[in-house]
Design a protein around this ligand. Sequence first.
Ligand code: FAD
Length: 529
Amino acid sequence: MAARSGKQYLESLKVNQPEVYLNGQRVEDVTTEPVFAGPLASIMQQYDLQHEPANVDVMTFADPDTGVRHSTSFLIPRSKEELIRRRQHFKLRTDHNFGFMGRAPDFMNAIVVDFFLMRDLFAPADPRYADNMAAYYEHVRDHDLFLTHMLVNPQVDRSKTSAEQEDPYTHLGRVRATDEGIVIRGAKMLGTMAPLCEEVMVFPYGGVAPGDEAYALAFAIANNTSGLKYICRETVAPGSRTRFDHPLSSRFEEMDCIAIFDDVVVPWERVFIDGGGPKAREICNVLRPRGGSVVVQTATRMLSQLEFFCGLAMRLADSTGITDFLHVQEKLGEMLMELEVLRTTYYGAEAMAAPGPDGVWAAHQLGLAAAHLRAPHVYARLVEIVQILAGGGFFYAPTQGDLANESLRPYIDKYVRGRPGISAEERIALFKLAWDVTGDSFGSRMAQYVRFYSGDPIRNKAGFYLGYPMKDTLFDVVGRALGAMGDLDVPISAIDGRDQGVRRQPAPGTLSGAYPANSAPRRAPRAPA
Ligand SMILES: Cc1cc2nc3c(=O)[nH]c(=O)nc-3n(C[C@H](O)[C@H](O)[C@H](O)COP(=O)(O)OP(=O)(O)OC[C@H]3O[C@@H](n4cnc5c(N)ncnc54)[C@H](O)[C@@H]3O)c2cc1C
C-alpha cells in the first residue's frame, strides 16, 4: 500500500479499536468520541497533506523496487538531496500544526527508521530480532501506520529497581515465554496519542538496572492486542471547544494515557529484545535511536514552534501599540535571537551532513542534540515573554458567542479593540491564541511536554557532558593557554567542524547515550542471612 490518505487511516482505526477508558467509561468507538474529534481530524489532515498536489514530490517517494509511493518520513537517505527532501517533509508536517503536535505520525516513523538502521544491535541475543526489526520497518512503511511508543515505567518508587517494587509486575516485565511469544505484565507510564494509534512500540529509556533483566524488553504490537488497556488523563480540550475561542487546543490536543498490559502476548516476530537474560539488559543499555532521523524530526517541530511564537508575540505587541517601548523591543529581539540560533543550528546540521559507512546520510547530530537539550529553557522563556507582553489582556477577550450578540457587539467593538487599525475581533482572536498556548491547560501540558518528552532533562544534560566526544580538543586549548605548546603552535580550524565517530555510537559513561550510568537505581544490599 502507498502513503495513506486521512480517510484510509480513519477506516483502519475504525476496525482496529484499542481498549480505551476515558472518564471511567470504555470508549466503544474512538473515531466518534467527541473528545478525540479535533485531534482525529488533525491526524487525518496529516495524512492528506501527503496527497496535496503541491506536496506529493516532497512528501512521498517511489520505492525503487515496486514503484509504490511511500511517505518520505520513511525514506532512508542515500544522498544529501534525499536528506533535504525528508527534512522538507518533516517541516510541512510540523508547520501544519505549528509544532504543537509532538506525536504526529512522522515522529514515530522517524524512530522506526532509526531502529531499522541500527537493527544489528538486536542480533546478539538472537539473530531473528534484527530480522524482526527489518520486517517491522517494512510493515509500518508499507501500511503507513500511526504509532505511539511507551518507554518509561510508572514512577511508583524511583528509588528502587523494577524487580524491587512491591509487586514485581508493577513495571512492565516478562512473565514467561511460550511457543507463541512472550507473555508480559505491568504498566508503562505514558503513551501520547495512544487512543488514536494502530500500533505501539515499547522499549526502555535511560537504562536497565542490574537484576532487572526481565524488564529489558523491546517489541511492537498492534494497539488492539488483547489485554492492552489505556486509561486517559482528563482532556485538556473538551470536544465542545470552538476554533475561534481555542484556535489550537480545539485541533491539536494529544491525549496521554497510562498503558496497562494484562498478560499480553507479544508474538515472537514482534520481539526485538526479549527480557531473557544479561544480554537483553546489555542491549537495552546501549539502545537509543541513532540513525539521525528522529533528531531532525524533533528539531523541526521546535523550529516550527519558535517561528509561531515569534510571529505571535510581535503581532500581539503590535495589536496593543507597545512595540515602541524599549523593553518590549528587547524581549522581541530576544525571541528572534533564539529563533535564528535554532534555525542556523538546524540548517547548519544539514550543511555538515555526511554519509555513514553504510552509505546512509545523516545530519550532524551533536548540534541538534544540544538544541534539543536547550529547548525546555528556550520554550519556557518564550511563554514568559508572551505572558509579559499580554498583561491582563487575556482576561477580557469575550467569546464567539458574545461577538454574535447584537446588543453586546457595539460595546465589544468599542472597548475591546486594539490600537487604531486593529478591530476587536482581531485583537480578541490574537489574545485567545496566546492564552491557548501559554495559559490554558493545553499550553501548560505543552510546556511540560517540551521539558520531559524525551527523558529527564537533568540526567540528559549530564549524559551530554559524559558522552561529549570532543573533550580532548577543548583540553588542548587550555593546554596551549598553560604554555604546553609554543605560542605560535595554533591549529588551523577544521573545514566543517564535524566531529567523527559520534554517530550511532553509545556514549561512554552513559546508559544508552542518555543518562549517566551511575544514576540508575541500585539494588539494595541483601540483609545478612
Ligand atoms: C506530556 C508528556 C507526554 C509524554 N509522552 C510520552 C510518550 O508518548 N511515550 C513515552 O514513553 N513517554 C512519554 N512521556 C514521558 C517521558 O518519557 C517522561 O516524563 C520522562 O522520561 C521523564 O520521566 P518521569 O516523568 O518518570 O520523571 P522521573 O524520571 O520520575 O523524574 C522526576 C524527577 O525526579 C528526578 N529523578 C528521578 N529518578 C532519578 C534518578 N535515578 N537520578 C536522578 N534524578 C532522578 C528527576 O531528575 C526529575 O526531577 C511524556 C511526558 C510528558 C510530560
